[in-house]
Ligand binder design. Structure first.
Ligand code: PGA
Length: 255
């Protein structure tokens, strides 16, 4: 694919930060400093309470989408604290993260649960950004790709062929998240190739290229070298996405 035709995805995971008023002021500064760039899609994943404020603030920018950080698979009911796909959509979400390592490792989310969440999103015509990645112990044991493949298979089980265009993958080594350590671009690209091969086996390719993003301590200093790898279709960023000016620089980065 020629460089000009490459589509890149820049995703901001705000985690448990930025209240509605802070999300609005972030958007004001960001929009003034980050004009749309052709061939780039930007995603913001605010906390559930700030989803509507962020979605409203970014309305009118066709290159920007907002999503939830997590969803529950049941459509409604007595599930205190949970957000259904329909509630998220009502607050302006076009999709959601699924299986972020903090959901898996802090909240005990299982592989099977990620599959239910992905299927619930796709059934509503929403996007799912499935996060996969190994812990340090798994990496040291040489099982990085096995872990990612297991998480991919469980998360993407039973997907209808026509739903693939709504799927994105984020490879985030757990040991690189919020730690200041990140995989070298070459190491990340190797895992991305393994993920792509598995997506192929799962039947993703005929419906188009599923974006595979890298995440884990991405910042202004390392984003260009990561994006220079052809296997890396974008980045999912936590800490460095909380400053609107810094984030505007990241989304303008040329590989
Ligand atoms: P980080 O988080 O950029 O702060 O490492 C990334 C993520 O968890 O999505």
């Amino acid at each position: 694919m020629p460089e000009a035709a490459r589509t890149l995805v820049f995703a901001a995971n705000w985690k448990m930060h930025l209240a509605p008023d802070e999300a609005r002021s972030f958007a004001g500064i960001f929009l003034a400093s980050a004009p749309p760039v052709s061939g780039r899609t930007l995603w913001f994943f605010p906390s559930a309470v700030s989803l509507e404020a962020a979605s409203t603030a970014f309305q009118g920018r066709a290159d920007i989408r907002t999503g939830a950080q997590d969803v529950y698979w049941e459509p409604k009911g007595a599930f205190t604290g949970a957000t259904s796909t329909t509630l998220a959509r009502g607050a302006g979400a076009s999709g959601a993260l699924v299986g972020h390592s903090e959901r898996r490792h802090v909240f005990g989310e299982t592989d099977a649960e990620t599959g239910k969440k992905v299927r619930a999103l796709l059934a509503q015509g929403l996007w799912a950004m499935l996060c996969v990645g190994e812990t340090l112990a798994e990496r040291d044991a040489g099982t990085t790709l096995d872990v990612c493949i297991r998480q991919l298979r469980a998360g993407l089980e039973g997907i209808a062929a026509e739903a693939w265009p709504q799927v994105m993958i984020a490879y985030e080594p757990v040991w690189a998240i919020g730690t200041g350590r990140n995989a070298t671009p070459g190491d990340a690209a190797t895992v991305h190739r393994g993920i792509r091969d598995e997506l192929d086996r799962l039947g993703a390719r005929p419906a188009g290229r599923v974006p595979v993003l890298y995440g884990g301590s991405v910042n202004q200093g390392n984003v260009a070298s990561l994006l220079a790898e052809r296997e890396i279709d974008g980045v999912l960023v936590g800490g460095a996405s909380l400053d609107p000016v810094g984030w505007a620089r990241i989304v303008a980065t040329m590989p």
